[in-house]
Design a protein around this ligand. Sequence first.
Ligand code: BT5
Length: 243
Amino acid sequence: MKVFRFRTVSSTQDAARKLVEKGVKEGVVVAEIQTSGRGRISRKWHSPRGGLWLSLILRPKVVPTYCLRLVLISGLAVVKAIRKVSGLNALIKWPNDVLTDGRKICGILIESETVNDLVKYVIVGIGINVNVKLEDLPPEVRAEATSLSEKLGREVSVEEVLKNLLKEFETFYKLFLKGDTGWIDEYRKVSYVLGKNVCVSSEDGSTICGSAVDIDEYGRLMLKLEDGTIKRFGYGEVTKVRI
Ligand code: BT5
């Protein structure tokens, strides 16, 4: 994948979109600093120097339902890359956070455009706190976040993380394009939520709690509710996790 490098951008998502408009088919945008990094539903993603801030430009010929799988394979690629370069026990908090020791070390954001029910392009944004100093994050974020350098007590090569991440991603992306869901087994093993009692908050403000029993073939989180019924979530935020 071709790498487009920038020092400072508003958001690598915006830079990627501009490249898409110029006709770039596939590639990865990497920046050292983002001045307006974003998370889901207009949340801020703090992106000081030291992090790996990137956006993948992809053009899979799929229906939008499959985009959730892309979020999940991206998380899996991040987990494998982090484990490889640091040995840390990274886990995925469905759908888009990667945690170490319960603290957020990476967030993933997917943005796409659809034409006639087919995805025209997808931009997968991945932010990893590689050498981010926690004092460079606002206090309320710092309390729940960590970075590789913070955990290891030494700096880690951002390039090394990038190289491993792209390698892992390409392997899973090939499976994704073939419709092969063999990666789900691997995903289950590194899930932070499966087997636990969790609550999922949705954008409409509702929160539903239950036991996280599995991930289905579309990447949806399956909760077993108190009355025994199974509810599937394609979107949402896991707010409470109890063993
Ligand atoms: C996410 O949203 O976690 C998606 C983050 C995606 C960031 C990447 S960086 C490259 C690309 N370009 C962008 O502009 N974005 C993508 P969400 O699940 O909504 O979580 C957002 C929340 O994470 C915030 O409200 C904070 O609480 C927390 N947060 C913000 N910055 C953080 C950081 N650097 N480390 C850990 N947590 C952070």
